[in-house]
Design a protein around this ligand. Structure first.
Ligand code: SF4
Length: 231
């Protein structure tokens, strides 16, 4: 999958990978970027993050920020009322409860307002380089399609992947899956015809291939219109 993703001419950087590169993996910016990225497209996250950090560059500054102004700055990310409140609250918590430093332990990260397992794991991977498996919609969908897991909830996917995928791959897993999900194994209309994982993919085997078989199958036991017309 990695070869297919990074070798593709459409290997766009994910918002978090881009942020990691630009900000040198500053855990605070990764945390805020991940909160802003919820339920929005990568390009909107990138714009909102750039606007916000051009004005407020640290937890200390954001903790005392004007909420109305923050809303305007992050507007491109959508849900800006809720997100503005969240990032100001999280900044205050980091200052008051963690001496201004984003925690690097999962349990501590989960104590932060509006931070769930996906966001916490993103901070570990992209901010601290600590192996973890952030399961977003791409990771959840692709893992199930491939048949690596059979799960309903992202939390179950994380648990199953952690058992099956060697730890040495965890740091790159999210980035590879997200890029693969954006370019090939899309939510609607996966591009199975160009995918090199067809041979091992459960979804292809059980859903795509049988459908295709039906379409390709010649009609038996009757004379087709083409036959009649063609004589
Ligand atoms: S074969 Fe299709 S469904 Fe399976 S991983 Fe590739 S693109 Fe996704």
């Amino acid at each position: 999958m990695g070869r297919m993703v990074y070798g593709s001419s459409d290997a766009r950087a994910t918002a978090l990978a881009q942020l990691k590169e630009q900000e040198g993996g500053d855990p605070f910016r990764i945390l805020i970027g991940t909160i802003l990225s919820q339920r929005t497209r990568d390009e909107n996250t990138t714009k909102a993050v750039a606007n916000l950090f051009a004005r407020y560059s640290s937890a200390k500054e954001l903790a005392g920020a004007d909420e109305g102004e923050v809303k305007e700055l992050i507007r491109p990310a959508g849900f800006y009322n809720v997100k503005a409140k969240s990032i100001i609250t999280v900044s205050r918590q980091i200052l008051e409860e963690f001496n201004g430093r984003v925690p690097d332990k999962l349990d501590d990260l989960l104590k932060l307002h509006s931070v769930g397992r996906k966001t916490a794991n993103c901070v570990l991977v992209y901010g601290y380089g600590i192996p973890a498996i952030p399961v977003d919609t791409h990771v959840h969908r692709i893992s199930n399609r491939l048949g690596l897991v059979e799960t309903r909830r992202p939390e179950e996917t994380e648990e199953e992947l952690a058992k099956k995928v060697p730890r040495r791959y965890w740091l790159e897993l999210n980035d590879v899956f997200v890029r693969f999900g954006q370019t090939t194994c899309k939510p609607l209309g996966p591009r199975c015809e160009v995918c090199t994982l067809r041979g091992v993919c459960k979804y292809y085997r059980e859903v795509v291939s049988p459908k295709r078989g039906k379409l390709d199958k010649p009609k038996l036991g009757g004379v087709s219109r083409a036959n009649i017309r063609g004589g």
